[in-house]
Write a protein that binds this ligand. Structure first.
Ligand code: AMP
Ligand code: MG
Length: 487
């Protein structure tokens, strides 16, 4: 039975009513004994939700999908997608639900979505559930990404369900309440295109334009402007991933948003030693989603997006293809510009510095970091001390001392600004060994390490005494890191 919360939260049903073909009205599996593991009070506040209420009985019923506001129409969203390059015509929310849209204080709509809320018609062989570890992991890493300034879905809460979830072992179950500017994916467009229903494709594009790229509506060719806006948002997003050393791990087209937010923190990881070939996901055997491949994969995914939009780009297919190729050509330029600007900021190099000097400096740095297996996060953070006159902390991370000294001399000649560097180079990222340690403890019932780590990584630029351990790379004993999808 679903009970309406007495303090009703207004949840819209725009997706459900505008795009009924792409969602199946559905209900969450009831949670008899919900227990709050973490609540994002600041996010709740910014959404106009009362944190105290959310943490109470009624709020928990709301957060687990048991109490649905009167006008809401929760749906399991359908989508298709290329997974590791292979097309799946029918994916969709197998264990998730879009509860509805919240209007934030800024007037923007945001999706409220549950993950781990029980089987849906898209579940295929899955059990529809999620375990405590992977849901806390999404909370932790997405909130760290947000604090790092990377566009991302947010986590409002993680609630333990009291269910047992069978994976390789039996694990405690949990559910994540996620907030996103929307859950429209490249795969949503692939599904709409595959139906051959041009009206549906157009409605989906109009819906996406109005929610994410409203300026496109006023362009001479709104759908071309929309495609260009998504290309641009993704180019900037992936550049930010590269700058912070984030490896998404499963960049399938159903895990790429049209809003330009990072979505689906499954087998993701933060790179420690700089290595373009690094792969953490246990299922990514071919290294398709390796750190250094991410820009190329994003471009490949956007080509699939262009294919699904083709009939909206031009009435004639050949001309549509030509337009798509030209618009997609912006990806490399925009990615490169965003990455170079980001690297200059990380190195504190003034914008007036000559491109002919800075570009080789950047390339040589990457080669130095790669060849010496240098920890990405701590090297960049320590570099500001080198700009202040103390090179030792950065030098200590590099074996090739002659090489690093020569590079430091060239870089210092550009007069880098250490304070500006400290504002963009994090001292703390969710390091893999710390994440594992926190999740293992949480799974066993001790949430203290998780909350401590969450506090550290959500203030990433603020170096604090006593937190040295959180800034260090994994000890050698941690070994090569492997992540799992957690499904
Ligand atoms: P993901 O890798 O998390 O993006 O999931 C890929 C697809 O598998 C999506 O359609 C999910 O809804 C579905 N899926 C993942 N885990 C489960 C599960 N435990 N039960 C049902 N569907 C699942
Ligand atoms: Mg997904």
């Amino acid at each position: 039975m679903s009970v309406a919360p007495s303090r009703t939260v207004a949840l819209g049903n725009r997706f459900a009513t505008e795009l009924p073909e792409l969602g199946i009205p559905w209900k969450a599996q009831p949670v008899a004994d919900p227990r709050l593991l973490v609540l994002n009070e600041r996010l709740a506040q910014s959404l106009g939700l009362d944190a105290e209420w959310l943490a109470g009985d009624e709020g928990l019923r709301f957060l687990t999908g048991g109490a649905v506001p009167p006008d809401a129409t929760p749906v399991a969203q359908g989508y298709a997608g290329h997974q590791f390059g292979f097309y799946s015509p029918r994916l969709g929310d197998g264990r998730a639900l879009l509860l509805g849209e919240l209007a934030g204080a800024d007037g923007e709509l945001r999706d409220l979505h549950l993950k781990g809320s029980g089987r849906t018609p898209f579940a295929r062989g899955g059990d529809g559930l999620a375990a405590v570890g992977p849901m806390l992991r999404e909370h932790l890493v997405s909130e760290a990404m947000h604090a790092l300034g990377v566009p991302t879905t947010r986590s409002l809460a993680v609630v333990a369900t009291g269910r047992q979830v069978q994976r390789e072992t039996v694990l405690p179950g949990a559910l994540l309440a996620r907030v996103a500017s929307s859950h429209l994916r490249v795969g949503s467009f692939q599904l709409a295109r595959a139906t051959d229903d041009l009206d549906l494709l157009r409605r989906l594009a109009d819906h996406a334009i109005s929610r994410h790229h409203p300026e496109a509506a006023d362009a001479e060719h709104p759908y071309r402007a929309f495609f260009a806006a998504v290309v641009s948002a993704q180019a900037r997003l992936v550049a930010q991933w590269m700058l912070v050393g984030f490896v998404h791990g499963v960049m399938n087209t159903d895990n790429m948003t049209v809003s330009g937010e990072t979505i689906d923190y499954g087998p993701c990881a933060f790179m420690d030693a700089f290595d373009p070939t690094v792969v953490y996901s246990s299922i990514d055997e071919g290294g398709r989603y390796a750190y250094g491949n991410q820009p190329v994969v994003a471009e490949w995914n956007l080509a699939r997006f262009a294919e699904s939009l083709l009939p909206l780009l031009h009435d004639e297919q050949d001309e549509g293809v030509e337009i798509a190729v030209e618009l997609l050509g912006a990806f490399r330029r925009e990615y490169s510009a965003a990455w170079v600007a980001g690297m200059r900021a990380k190195l504190g190099i003034p914008e007036t510095a000559d491109e002919a000097v800075t570009r080789p400096l950047l390339d040589d740095l990457l080669a130095l970091l790669r060849d010496n297996h240098v920890d990405h996060t701590s090297f960049h953070r320590r570099l500001s001390r080198a700009a202040r006159g103390d090179s030792e902390p950065a030098r200590a991370l590099v074996l090739d001392l002659a090489g690093v000294d020569a590079w430091l001399d060239r870089w210092r000649a550009l007069d880098p600004d250490p304070d500006a560097m400290d504002r963009v180079n994090p001292a703390y990222v969710p390091r893999n060994h710390l994440v594992e340690e926190a999740l293992e403890a949480a799974t066993a019932g001790d949430l203290a390490p998780f909350h401590r780590l969450l506090d550290v990584v959500t203030r990433p630029f603020e170096e604090r005494p006593g937190l040295e351990r959180y800034a260090e790379p994994a000890p050698d004993s941690f070994g090569p890191y492997r992540t799992f999808c957690g499904t």
